[in-house]
Ligand binder design. Structure first.
Ligand code: ADP
Ligand code: MG
Length: 399
C-alpha cells in the first residue's frame, strides 16, 4: 500500500527525520489559510497523488503571494495529474500540501528498499538528488552508494557515518545525517515498510538536513499489525477494480485486454496470461483466487472480473492441489446462474476431484466451454471471443 507525501513526512518526523513545516488543504481557501498560518513569504504547494515526478508535470508550484496560491490551487484541484509514473489516465488531485519554501544548497537521493538477492534492507544514496534514481543509475552510476543493513543489529552508527562521508557531507552535518538515516531505517523496519524514498533530501542554506519529499510503501500482508497505517489508505488513488478486489481479499491486477482470467496461484495466473497472448488474445486482468476457494469465492471472482466493462470472454483455469475441482465447478455454476452472464466462459480444470468437477459442469445444462489443456483453453477463449465479436458485428449490420 502506498501513502501520500504528507503522511510519509509525518511518520518520518516522528522517527526523528527533519521536514519543513507544512499543512494539508482540501480547497484553495484552505491552502491560502495554511500559507498565512505558516508565515514567511514563499511557499511550495504540492499535489498529493500516489506518484512521483510531480514537479515536472505541474504538480509542485512555488508561490510568493496569496493570489499565486489561489491560481496554483485552481490549476490542481479536481484535475488529473499525469506524470511518468501514473500512466496516461493520471491520478486525481483532491488534496494539496502547503509547505514553507526552503533554500536548497545541495540535493541528495536517499532510498531504503528490499534487496531480494541479499534478503536484506538496502540503503541506496546518491549525491545527485533531484533526479529520479533510474536517471542517476544511467547518467551517474559512480555517484551511487549502497549499504546493506544486518537485521540482527539494525543500522549501526558507524555504517550511517560511512554513508554520510561517502556522500561528501561536511563534518558538521554528519551527526544530523546519521539521525536521519537511523530514523528512516527504524520507520522502515518497525512499520513493515517495503520502501522509503526521500528525493530530495537537502542541505539547506542554514546547514540543516531536511526531507523535502517523502514516499513510503507498506507490505499489505503486514497491515493488520499496523491499523494506524492501514487507516491512511486513499482509495481515490487506486485502480477501482483493484480496490474492490483488495476489499474482498482477492489478488487482482487490472490490465487492458478483453479476456478475463480466474486462476488459482500467481504462477499459474502468469502462465495463463502468457498463453492467452500466445493464442492471439489479450488478458483483461491477473486474478489469483488462492487455495481452498469455496464456491462463493469463485462466484465473487466472477463478479469482480465482470465489473470490468472491457471483459468479453472469461477463462477459468484451475489446477487443484489444495483446491477442489468440484467446489470450483460449483462456484462457476453458481456464478453463471446468479449473474446472467452473456459472454463465453471457458473452464479448464485439473487435479483433485477433477471428474466430479467435470460432471457438475456437464450436468448444469449451462453453455460452458470445456478444455483439458491450458493451450486448448486459451485457444477456445480467444476463438469464442472473436466469434462473439463477428456475430455482434453481423447483428449491427442487420439492424
Ligand atoms: P516530485 O518528486 O513528485 O517531483 P518533490 O517533492 O520532489 O516532487 O518536488 C519537486 C522539486 O521541488 C524538488 O526536487 C525540490 O527541488 C522542489 N521542492 C519541493 N519541496 C520544496 C520546498 N519545501 N522548498 C523548496 N523547494 C522544494
Ligand atoms: Mg521527489
Amino acid at each position: 500500500m502506498d501513502i501520500h507525501e504528507y503522511q510519509a513526512k509525518e511518520i518520518l518526523a516522528n522517527f526523528g527525520v527533519d521536514v519543513p513545516p507544512g499543512g494539508l488543504a482540501y480547497s484553495p481557501e484552505q491552502a491560502a489559510y495554511r500559507a498565512r498560518e505558516l508565515g514567511g513569504d514563499k511557499w511550495i504547494v504540492k499535489a498529493q497523488v500516489h506518484a512521483g515526478g510531480r514537479g515536472k508535470a505541474g504538480g509542485v508550484k512555488l508561490c510568493d503571494s496569496e493570489n499565486d496560491m489561489y491560481e496554483a490551487c485552481d490549476a490542481m484541484f479536481g484535475r488529473k495529474l499525469v506524470t511518468h509514473q501514473t500512466g496516461p489516465e493520471g491520478k486525481g488531485i483532491y488534496r494539496v500540501y502547503v509547505e514553507s519554501a526552503v533554500q536548497i544548497d545541495r540535493e541528495i537521493y536517499l532510498g531504503f528498499v528490499l534487496d531480494r538477492s541479499s534478503q536484506r534492507v538496502m540503503i541506496v544514496a546518491s549525491s545527485e538528488g533531484g533526479m529520479e534514481i533510474e536517471e542517476i543509475s544511467e547518467q551517474r552510476p559512480d555517484s551511487i552508494v549502497r549499504s546493506i543493513v544486518e537485521p540482527a543489529v539494525g543500522l549501526q552508527e558507524f555504517q550511517a557515518r560511512e554513508i554520510a562521508f561517502k556522500l561528501g557531507l561536511e563534518a558538521g552535518l554528519v551527526q544530523h545525517m546519521v539521525r536521519t538515516l537511523q530514523g528512516c531505517y527504524a520507520a522502515f523496519s518497525e512499520l513493515d515498510a517495503t520502501m522509503v524514498e526521500i528525493n530530495p533530501l537537502v542541505i539547506t542554506g542554514d546547514n540543516r538536513v531536511l526531507a523535502l519529499d517523502a514516499k513510503m510503501s507498506f507490505d499489505d500482508n503486514a497491515l493488520f499489525r499496523h491499523p494506524q497505517i492501514a487507516e491512511l489508505r486513499d482509495k481515490s488513488q487506486e485502480d477501482p477494480r483493484e480496490s474492490r478486489a483488495a476489499d474482498r481479499g482477492l489478488s487482482y491486477v487490472g490490465l487492458d485486454g478483453n479476456i478475463g482470467c480466474i486462476v488459482n496461484g500467481a504462477g499459474l495466473a502468469m502462465a495463463t496470461m502468457d498463453t492467452i497472448k500466445l493464442a492471439g488474445g489479450e488478458p483483461a486482468n491477473f486474478l489469483d483466487i488462492g487455495g481452498g476457494a469455496s464456491p462463493e469465492r469463485v462466484a465473487k471472482a466472477f463478479r469482480l472480473v465482470l465489473s470490468d466493462q472491457n471483459v468479453q470472454a472469461i477463462l477459468v483455469n484451475i489446477f487443484a492441489g489444495i483446491n477442489r475441482c468440484d467446489w470450483v465447478a460449483e462456484g462457476v455454476v453458481l456464478a453463471l446462474k446468479e449473474l446472467d452472464i452473456d459472454i463465453p466462459v471457458v473452464v479448464r480444470l485439473a487435479g483433485t476431484n477433477v471428474e466430479e468437477g467435470q460432471k457438475i459442469l456437464a450436468q448444469s445444462g449451462l453453455p460452458i466451454i470445456r478444455a483439458t489443456t491450458l493451450m486448448e483453453a486459451a485457444e477456445r477463449a480467444v476463438g469464442a471471443w472473436q466469434n462473439d465479436l463477428t456475430q455482434a458485428t453481423r447483428m449491427m449490420a442487420l439492424k
